[in-house]
Design a protein around this ligand. Structure first.
Ligand SMILES: [Zn+2]
Length: 643
């Protein structure tokens, strides 16, 4: 069906419910009828004043920490006096900031109707194959579909949202309908309770025609719900073992964080082979856009075993307790990300810990995952860019481009954060002779005791923190020079300073001539060649080099990312032939000659290397194995120790 935006906006003008109880609230109607063909129609009613009014499209999206709101998808924009079909009111995009739109309002107009279309539905400006929409499932990020007035913080501006769905579709969200606080699958045309723009943008909407809800951990209040939408009805029946792990996740997180900062929590899962890996944290929900509800492969990036505990942890670490520089009044004020090594790093750590404690991963698999995480940030760029440096530059380091990434570095604060918070955990256990752990800090910092109350639940909100606040809470848990602890490690230009927690927890990070089994199985099945710590590259099955490490034998020989290996010492290239040549290099006196194609031209590169196979691995040392015997063990006690 083809349609013109003008026709649609004229129809929608009459569909917006006029809600008398919130005359100043923004009203928004999100029409998902055409979402399967990747276009969302939106109508908003906005309060205005005479003269220049500025409306913003979100630029700094919470959870993305960079200025990349998909403004290029905002199209078909018309402004009119509310409840009028008169001529559109003229508007202009700001010349310095295209995320701001100026509308000059005549004196007789007190309310404005904006209608527009969002293309890509919604894509977060990712490649076309990474989408949030299929014919049966859609995940709507409200930040993608809202214009908001700039005259007040988003916390102080109210919005009433209505969602219009295709026939027979249902929606699930942390937003609740008027008159009901129960989670529900809402029908085709639903108006939600009036909330702040802040809460609206923090509440993604999952919709589809095959959806089901599963209550989790029924003994715990607030209520926790798993909401799933899939391509077909048969995929909605989840395995009881998976649901048991979900319940354990809620129970174990509740034990660690001691209180909740939401009125209810929804895990929103859109699962379809037509969708691909993306997830975002929110205060009262998290959205997971995944190809399937599958937790079997620990190395798959969209694997729920990794994503579920991580995004859930963010409800405390990042949403309720938020670095002061990231607690901005609106989505167009730049974020300062110097403490993102807490926001993402501590979340990454507890994501790993809770995945093990909830049973999504065995302790042994978690040790393998930690080895893989350490391996990914053990690379040459550490010589010039510290972990703090990656945090400060976070907004420009989130592209994920692999070419020369070993030298640029990217979001190292996630995985370095895991290792450093592990060290902090072990340090607290040592300082207190096992009486306390990082869990005690987590309870104190993320859910401070409330005077006169036995509960630490607060409902949703934001409690910003500084580095000094963090140090204070660590000192209250176990007195130590925590300022130096963090400064030394965060500013180090030496990877070795990041692995001390592993060592103190029972595992040395070493280089050995065999891969750990999980990595070896993965690399072998993928027909890749993993040579970063020997020759200085990883090769895809067809021989294409993904990245070439700075100053490695391959770099010195002249190889670069994108070069495609065709022969090894004159024999046709395969991962096995290359691995054999590297293995033999220890005893061979000659170099390894690699023939590669660069832009279609064949060249031969001579690598002087005699170190044999070399892979990063975690091996048990003589220290007690705190990781698997203590840290990763499920907690049985509900009681956090006295602060
Ligand atoms: Zn995260």
């Amino acid at each position: 069906m083809s349609r013109s935006p003008l026709t649609a906006s004229a129809i929608l003008l009459f569909s917006i419910p006029v809600l008398a109880q919130s005359p100043q609230a923004v009203q928004i109607r999100i029409d998902l009828t055409d979402a399967p063909r990747r276009i969302i129609h939106v109508t908003e009613q906005l309060p205005v004043h005479p003269g220049d009014n500025v409306f913003c499209y979100p630029k700094w999206i919470p959870g993305r920490e960079r200025a990349d709101g998909p403004i290029d998808n905002l199209t078909g924009i018309f402004f009119r006096a509310a409840n009028s079909q008169g001529a559109p009111i003229a508007w202009r995009q700001d010349l310095e900031d295209p995320y701001k739109i100026h509308v000059s309002i005549p004196s007789r107009v007190s309310s404005l109707t904006a209608s527009f279309d969002l293309l890509g539905a919604p894509s977060h400006a990712q490649p076309a194959e990474k989408n949030h929409t299929s014919s049966h499932v859609v995940m709507v990020e409200p930040s993608d579909v809202v214009l908001y007035p700039l005259d007040k913080p988003v916390h102080d501006t109210q919005i009433t949202a209505t969602i219009h769905l295709p026939a027979n579709w249902k929606a699930a969200t942390a937003l609740r309908t008027a008159g009901s606080d129960a989670p529900s699958l809402n029908g085709p045309d639903t108006t939600f309770k009036t909330v702040s723009i802040e809460k609206f943008v923090d509440s993604p909407i999952l919709a589809g025609d095959h959806c089901r809800q599963y209550p989790l951990a029924p003994e715990i209040r607030p209520v926790h719900t798993l909401d799933v939408c899939t391509e077909k009805e048969a995929d909605l029946t989840l395995h009881p073992a998976f649901l048991a792990k979900m319940t354990a996740l809620v129970q174990q997180a509740t034990k660690v964080f001691a209180g909740h900062h939401y009125d209810h929590y929804d895990f929103l899962v859109a699962a379809s082979p037509h969708l691909s890996g993306d997830s975002t944290e929110h205060t009262e929900s998290a959205d997971y856009v995944v190809s399937s509800v599958d937790t079997s492969n620990p190395l798959t990036s969209d694997n729920l075993a990794y994503l579920l505990p991580h995004e859930y942890t963010h409800s405390w670490c990042g949403k309720y307790r938020r670095p002061a520089g990231m607690a901005t009044p609106d989505y167009n004020t730049p974020m300062r990300t110097d403490l993102i090594w807490v926001y993402e790093g501590l979340t990454q750590y507890y994501g790993n810990v809770l995945a093990a404690r909830a049973g999504f991963r065995t302790p042994a698999d978690t040790v393998s995952a930690l080895d893989f995480e350490a391996f990914q940030i053990d690379r040459p760029g550490r010589r010039w860019r510290s972990v703090q440096g990656t945090a400060d530059a976070s907004a420009i380091l989130r592209s994920g481009d692999v070419v020369w990434s070993n030298w640029r570095l990217d979001q190292d604060y996630y995985l370095a954060g895991t290792l450093l918070w592990l060290e902090a955990d072990v340090k607290i256990r040592q300082l207190t002779h096992g009486a306390k752990s990082l869990d005690d800090f987590a309870a104190l910092f993320f859910s401070p005791p409330i005077p006169g109350s036995s509960s630490r639940d607060t409902g949703p909100g934001i409690l910003p923190y500084t580095f000094a606040d963090l140090v204070q809470a660590l000192n209250a848990t176990a007195p130590y020079d925590w300022t130096s602890f963090w400064n030394t490690r965060l500013n180090a230009l030496d990877f070795k300073l990041l692995t001390r927690g592993l060592e103190a927890g029972g595992y040395d990070y070493v280089y050995q001539d065999t891969m750990i089994p999980s990595e070896g199985d993965y690399i072998k099945a993928a027909h890749m060649a993993e040579m970063y710590h020997s020759l200085g590259f990883q090769a895809m099955p067809d021989g294409t080099l993904q990245d070439v490490w700075m100053d490695s034998p391959a770099y010195i020989a002249g190889l670069g990312p994108g070069d495609k290996l065709t022969a090894v010492d004159g024999k046709p290239y395969s991962a096995e032939v290359l691995t054999y040549a590297v293995h033999e290099s220890k005893t061979n006196t000659g170099p390894i000659n690699l023939t590669a194609s660069r832009y279609g031209e064949s060249q031969t590169f001579t690598l002087q290397y005699h170190g044999g196979e070399k892979y990063a691995a975690l091996v048990r040392n003589n220290n007690p194995d705190l990781l698997t015997t203590a840290i990763l063990k499920p907690r049985s006690s509900n009681q956090n120790k006295e602060q």
